[in-house]
Ligand binder design. Structure first.
Ligand code: FAD
Length: 462
């Protein structure tokens, strides 16, 4: 009987487990993870007080039992011997495998400045981080929070804190916010939006030091000379793949573990998936880390199908970031910053509307969007442009049409039959299924729909 071992408990790991069990009902499966299985993406909803901690979980003991998985939760893998096909665990035991999936994700980078070890200075990356942020502001009616780093994850956390009504200040080293998602024109619209909502933004300066006692509040000293008072500081200046435990294992790595289109690493029987894996990119020859949940899910499913003896090639991930910035919807896809691309841009700062399509030949290869949540046309266009890019659709004469009518994506989308192409596309060659885990066994749209579901449910009758 094949023994599959999975290290990790995030979306790459849980999707791999479900796929493996589906394809190999009799295989032995062991999962090792130092945290409970959960979705980091759900942490901001807990921070915003929209769900309790437990609703960030994506698997519990009975779920793993039902799937026949030996789940070693709270245990870390600390070494890998690919010759002996064995893992060393931090409880002192070793674990042999026939096939191994490394899905250890990434961790938040710290800030190498004096005072970064103060209790009130922390990342917001894990269950423990969320718990400690909530404890730090507990009992304060209007906590002052400084967010250091205005990137995708930082702004997801900012949005959650804005829902709480906390007093927010952002510090970004680059000259504008969301520098890896938006160009300067689009970012200026976001900064104006935040200013009107009472969020102070400092760009083009970084933190020199954190000072102060934990009880008395913290001072954030900026290189510009300014000083900001804070009850809590969230550092969101980047992440690094969790590779340290693999030192000496001999796996080929770049920024992450290098994998081919079957999610195979350079070692026999060893696969990698999710934030830790540097894999194929849709429509390109390079390999990149796309540290987002959809990529982790696809990686986990493809890796598992191949671990189970299949021959599934992954077409590659699309870089995509979709974000709610305190009510302003913001999306960017693909090579939005490609200087060689032909561009069509709508820039309307007064209405907080921005659109930019980047064309290579007659295909869209990058896009940026800003608009209000109530603008349903914008929200559906975001989805349709993603479909056009995922299917690498040649627009032909519809390119000129879109250039003249940038707000009418629907006609080119329908005329080029993208929906039919998407409907016929499956990752593993069969229809996808819903996940097998629901908190406390409740159905997806059961009677306990809480406020966190409202944004997804707003078109359904209550
Ligand atoms: C606050 C926040 C909000 C986010 N929001 C979004 C969003 O809106 N959209 C989106 O697409 N993405 C979002 N992301 C990113 C997304 O969560 C990640 O891309 C995703 O979690 C990656 O999944 P993974 O399975 O690769 O790794 P992870 O989810 O990081 O899971 C890896 C697990 O392995 C464990 N582990 C690590 N090393 C070891 C070891 N040696 N032994 C045992 N266990 C180990 C880790 O502790 C962790 O529990 C967000 C992330 C955060 C932090």
């Amino acid at each position: 009987m094949t023994h599959h071992v999975i290290v990790g408990g995030g979306p790459a790991a849980t999707n791999a487990v479900e796929t493996l069990r589906d394809l190999e009902p009799d295989a032995q499966i062991t999962l090792v993870c130092d945290e409970p299985a959960h979705s980091r993406m759900a942490l901001p909803y807990w921070l915003a007080d929209q769900i309790p901690r437990e609703q960030t979980f994506t698997g519990d003991a009975s779920y793993f039992e039902r799937l026949g998985v030996d789940a070693k939760i709270g245990v870390r893998a600390r070494g890998l011997d690919t010759g002996a096909k064995s893992l060393a665990l931090d409880d002192g035991s070793t674990l042999g495998y026939d096939r191994l999936l490394i899905a250890t994700g990434s961790s938040a980078l710290g800030l190498p400045v004096p005072g970064a070890d103060l209790d009130a200075v922390q990342p917001l990356w894990s269950l423990a981080d969320t718990e400690s942020a909530l404890a730090t502001v507990s009992g304060k009616s209007d906590p002052r929070v400084v967010l250091v780093g205005a990137g995708f994850i930082g702004f997801i956390v900012l949005n959650a804190m804005h829902k709480r009504g906390w007093n927010l200040t952002v510090v970004e080293r680059e000259s504008h916010v969301l520098p890896r998602m938006l160009d300067a024109r689009a970012a200026a619209i976001v900064e104006d939006w935040l200013d009107r909502r009472g969020v102070t933004v400092h760009t083009g300066t970084s933190v020199a030091a954190f000072e102060g006692g934990n009880g008395a509040g913290t001072q954030v000293q900026l290189e510009s000379g300014e000083s900001l008072a804070a009850d809590l500081v969230i550092v969101a200046t980047g992440v690094k793949p969790n590779l340290e435990w693999l030192e000496g294992a001999g796996l080929e790595t770049g920024a992450g573990i290098l994998v081919d289109d079957h999610m195979r690493t350079s070692a026999d029987g060893v696969y990698a998936a999710g934030d830790v894996a540097q894999g194929p990119v849709l429509g390109g020859n390079e390999r990149e880390i796309h540290a987002i949940q959809p990529t982790a899910i696809d990686h986990g499913r493809v890796a598992a199908a191949n671990m189970a003896g299949g021959d599934v090639a992954y077409p590659g991930s699309l870089s995509m970031n979709v974000l709610d910035v305190c009510g302003l919807q913001c999306a960017s896809y693909g090579r939005w910053d490609d200087a060689a691309a032909e561009r069509v841009t709508i820039d309307n700062p007064r209405e907080h509307v921005f659109r930019d399509y980047a064309f290579t030949g007659d295909a869209i290869t990058g896009a940026m969007f800003l608009g209000r949540a109530r603008d349903l046309g914008m929200l559906t266009d975001v989805g349709m442009v993603k479909g056009l890019m995922q299917t690498a659709t040649a627009l032909g004469p519809w390119k000129d049409y879109l250039a003249r009518n940038p707000f009418d994506v629907r006609r080119p989308f329908v005329a080029t039959k993208v929906a039919a192409k998407l409907a016929g596309t499956t990752l593993l060659g069969r229809p996808s299924r819903g996940r097998g885990y629901h908190h406390q066994g409740l159905g997806e749209f059961g009677p306990t729909i809480g406020p966190a579901h409202v944004p997804f449910m707003s078109t359904r009758p209550s």
